[in-house]
Design a protein around this ligand. Structure first.
Ligand code: NAP
Length: 297
């Protein structure tokens, strides 16, 4: 579909964004659905974030994804935020009202994570126990999503104070939140009998593909599912090691696609062609093998 005066614009704001695969995924989805929409990478340095956000509405953009490092700093620049942002503490999607030009911040990472778990038949409920490795934005979204679903969550991070920060943040949102910080040296004890282990660190992400967030000397808990938010490579060392130990391993591509699909739904008011998005995501990752792709979503 040609670009013309009717073309509706969305994009991804981050620094850097050149290697994001979201433009490939979203543009393929628009094209498949016959929508005259385009999704563009928008590299914006921190000092220009406020001007860029104001400019989105002025330029008639319908919305944007927000990625590293702006997911938290963008919050005060918006007119409204949804409950998902309050819960996750970060914005990854902006929707712009066509009539009022008001900007609403949402978080689709949390939903994307839960939708992918559900799609893979990983059940989370009040009897579930989960370990989260990491204490950044992705860990916070995962912790909020799992606690909200009833699970008991252990947060483990190389900087314990950051894990403590997540615990305090999540505890402030619920009256009896099941979340605690565990020191890395107690990983073995904390992980016995857990059903889910989530890697929310970039450890193992290309180019450091020989690294794993799981210490070699700690045996994996029997019967657990591991979920690696890293999706580049599609199968990380963490996933390979877990599979070798008889565990089920899921990579982060599904989460990436579902969070993108949720943004597509909100911008266009139509259901995203998820299967097309998954195929394009896998194709883009395997065709544009490293060293061309180094970014994060
Ligand atoms: P972030 O805010 O920078 O947080 C990274 C966390 O990982 C921090 O807690 C950090 O520890 C820890 N970490 C970093 N390097 C480490 C190392 N070498 N050893 C041990 N811990 C380390 O990043 P984020 O936004 O949470 O993203 C984390 C990962 O999730 C990235 O790979 C990102 O691409 C991925 N992700 C995937 C999706 C998806 O859709 N699949 C969505 C969001 C994020 P400190 O606290 O000590 O600094």
């Amino acid at each position: 579909m040609p670009i013309d005066a009717q073309t509706q614009l969305v994009g991804v704001i981050g620094w850097p964004v050149a290697h994001s695969i979201s433009p490939a995924i979203q543009n393929a989805a628009f094209s498949y659905a016959g929508l005259n929409w385009r999704y563009v990478p928008l590299p914006v340095h921190a000092e220009n974030l406020a001007a860029a956000i104001r400019g989105l509405a002025a330029l008639g953009f319908r919305g944007a994804n927000i990625t590293i490092p702006h997911k938290v700093d963008v919050i005060p620049l918006l007119d409204a935020i949804t409950e998902s942002v309050t819960v996750a503490g970060a914005v990854n999607t902006i929707r712009i009202d066509r009539n009022t030009s008001l900007l609403e911040g949402l978080n689709t990472d949390m939903g994307g994570f839960l939708t992918d778990l559900a799609a893979n038949k990983v059940k989370i409920g009040k009897d579930s126990r989960a370990v989260i490795l990491g204490a950044g934005g992705a860990a916070r979204a995962a912790a909020a999503a799992l606690v909200r679903s009833g699970a008991h969550v252990y947060v483990i991070n190389r900087t314990p104070g950051h894990a403590e920060g997540i615990v305090k943040f999540v505890q402030s949102s619920w009256s009896q939140p099941n979340i605690e910080m565990v020191y890395l040296e107690n990983l073995y004890e904390a992980s016995r009998g857990v059903g889910l282990i989530v890697n929310a660190t970039p450890v193992g992400q290309w180019p450091n593909v020989d690294a794993s967030p799981w210490p070699e000397k700690v045996p994996f808990p029997e019967g657990a599912t591991i979920y690696d938010m890293v999706y580049r490579p599609l199968k990380t060392k963490f996933m390979q090691d877990a599979e070798r130990a008889g565990l089920r391993a899921l990579g982060g591509l599904g989460m990436l696609v579902y969070q993108g699909a949720a943004a597509y739904d909100m911008w266009t008011g139509k259901r995203a062609p998820i299967d097309v998005m998954k195929v394009i995501a896998m194709q883009t990752l395997s065709e544009n093998a490293p060293p061309n792709l180094v970014g994060v979503e």
